[in-house]
Design a protein around this ligand. Sequence first.
Ligand code: GDP
Ligand code: MN
Length: 380
Amino acid sequence: MDLFEYQGKQYFSRFGIAVSPGDVADTVEQAVAVAERVGYPVVIKAQVKVGGRGKAGGVKLADNIDDVRLHAGNILGLDIKGHVVHRVWVERSSDIAKEYYASFTLDRQNKTHLGMLSAQGGVEIEVVAEENPDAIAFLQIDPVRGLDLATARRWVAEAELDEVAREQAAEMLVKLYDCYTTGDCDLAEINPLILTPDNKVHALDAKVTLDENASFRHPEWEEFRATETEDPREKMAKEKGLNYIGLEGTVGIIANGAGLAMSTLDVVNQVGGTAANFLDIGGGANADVMASAMEVINSDPKVRVIFVNIFGGITRVDEVAKGVLEALKRVSITSPIVLRLDGTNAIEGRAILAPHLNDNLITEPTMLDAARRAVDIANA
Ligand code: GDP
Ligand code: MN
């Protein structure tokens, strides 16, 4: 679960990480009230779960009440990369001498935690990685040993943070690591981590992703969940009990088994298409499940074709074929359907579908053929 910046900052505070005083506002008048309370100058920041708000006009400094009215008025309702701003964070503005970057995330390949630290913050870290990879100091951290202050001190020196910032930054990194581990984050990122002209180090931004697998030991995450705006497709899928993850492409995918579903995504990619979703209907590919799956995929306006990829094991393909026909009676589907049916009782299954095949209900003998056919339709 991704947090809004203000929630990330609240979370940081619990671990002793310094952030600026501020509060959220949903209206211009609330923004004014917060500004008057924290004192000018303030910075007004769009609360959307997407980066690059600064460039998009979602971060503005305000010296007085008129500025607050102007900027809060402009930012509230602003569309930033498809995310409409309903709430702003107003905090006391900081003077900035330097902008650094710091984050912790998981290094799956090395089975360690990965710290990234750079004296070149404020810009997207992907850009730094591209243009000046040596400017990032990577630190692999054994999860059993953790991160101690001595290591953090060596790390800030290696990253060439300004001398005056190093001790405070090292201490903050230890706290950020604590937040990342004890706080069960998948990502804890500060960009920029700033040095002020009077030599104070603190977090100006917060990007936190919580690890949902740990939610059982964090009842306090409930407040974060309350503000989550769920993908409507995922919400619908959850209500129907489906294992669905929404993606951005045009080929809707239904497969049985998580492994086959992932392979299906790969094959669609391989032949030049893009998947609209991951959907594993598991072993229970009966009419109910099939109808639910098609309904969810059909609700996605980007979908141009549905690729049903079934390999019958315990699931019998003749049952799946009946399920598909039954589902088509219940749901009116707007996209053509391409099926690849193989495995247990595949011949019987194909025979059941044979009389119903047309331009909108197509079978192909192999997974690759079916993927090609589906992608041809999607890209037509
Ligand atoms: P992002 O663009 O979504 O990552 O939003 P950030 O919170 O990182 O803000 C973007 C940029 O706005 C920062 O890199 C700073 O340069 C600037 N900024 C943010 N807060 C302040 C502040 O308190 N004072 C000043 N002077 N600049 C700020
Ligand atoms: Mn930022």
